[in-house]
Design a protein around this ligand. Sequence first.
Ligand SMILES: [Mn+2]
Length: 430
Amino acid sequence: MVKLLHLSDIHMGSGFSHGHINPVTGLNSRLEDFTATLKRCIDRALSEPVDLVLFGGDAFPDATPSPVIQQAFAQQFQRLVKAQIPTVLLVGNHDQHSQGMGGASLCIYRTLGVPDIVVGDSLTTHRIATKAGPVQVITLPWLTHSTLLTRPETEGLSLGEVNELMLDRLRVALEGEIRQLEADIPSILLAHLMTDTASYGAEKFLAVGKGFTVPMALLARPCFDYVALGHVHKHQILCQNPLVVYPGSIERVDFSEEKEDKGFILADVQSGHTSVKFCPLPVRAFKTIEVDVSTADSPQAQLETALTQANITDAVVRLVYKLNPAQIEQIDHAALHQVLTKAHSYTIHPELISQLTRPRLPELTADHSRDPLSALQTYLANREDLAKLSDDMLRTAQTLLNDEESNHELETALATDTADEKQNQQLRLL
Ligand SMILES: [Mn+2]
């Protein structure tokens, strides 16, 4: 049996806007949070002790982190080196240079020949000696189109077709690795990817075909004793046999992770009897406080009560309140800031009600079916401020709607040039 610690999506150096400069150290307080949380993970790896540490990718927010951030990361992993605990560092999408040049920020460990550290920047199998005996780990870093396909191969293909082609290539390449696995040694797949059954954010299922997702059937293979994933920040177990697990990120990167538990996985890996345990980490709270004071007699009092009732001490706070224009004078901003000083950091977002509700045009309600062009005409007819532009807009809209050819070209350009960027946008900070 091999005991391992599986953590992922450290994103060291991100979310600085949620912190402040610590006057004692000169460092952003969120860097200190992330460092302290990573330290807790490594502490546990040492205290168990585990036989192997797997990192599922996305060490930093980008491929060129500043030296102070790289050092904070390296200082923690160096403790594993000192304890002679083998560690696999997988390359995630955030670790890669945008032009597919590999994960430079992690490859330095291989270049320096750091003992017991394996860098997973390609699809390959690593046989690793641990105190509990050998294990084989297939590393599957984040795939970009240029990893598996050449430009001529993708020319003229839609984004969906390019993704299909990538999956075909991946299937063949992964099969090649699987066939070389030795039967009597524990086998682990360590991959940074989005699966078709993963959920993120508010439990939404990601639509298949939007961006590059890998089907679970490709991953949940009986040859694997454990499938360790990275990329999705929300912890989830996607399959029981074999166990396929996203540990999630170790710290909250932004408000989309406000309600998620953060932690890492401890796993006992052995053929047919792998077990996992999610170990929560005590990370900083994020709190969104939403208040509608637009109908209140005393909006200030209602705001202060809401802040007092929410436990905001040391939390990253976002106060969102709705008010009507007549109440603007009644808000005492200095007093709000005073109440919020207990928070670790905070932002205030007032929303004027009158700006929130724009009446719908009666001609454009749902019971009228219209083609896009006549809907645009109706809209422009009601927008005097756009009168000068309306002829141009209608002409352009007409061209866009008619020109199938240009739509096709646009799609192709997206597929070959900005597909990764587009996917990144869809996945936001994952
Ligand atoms: Mn990622």
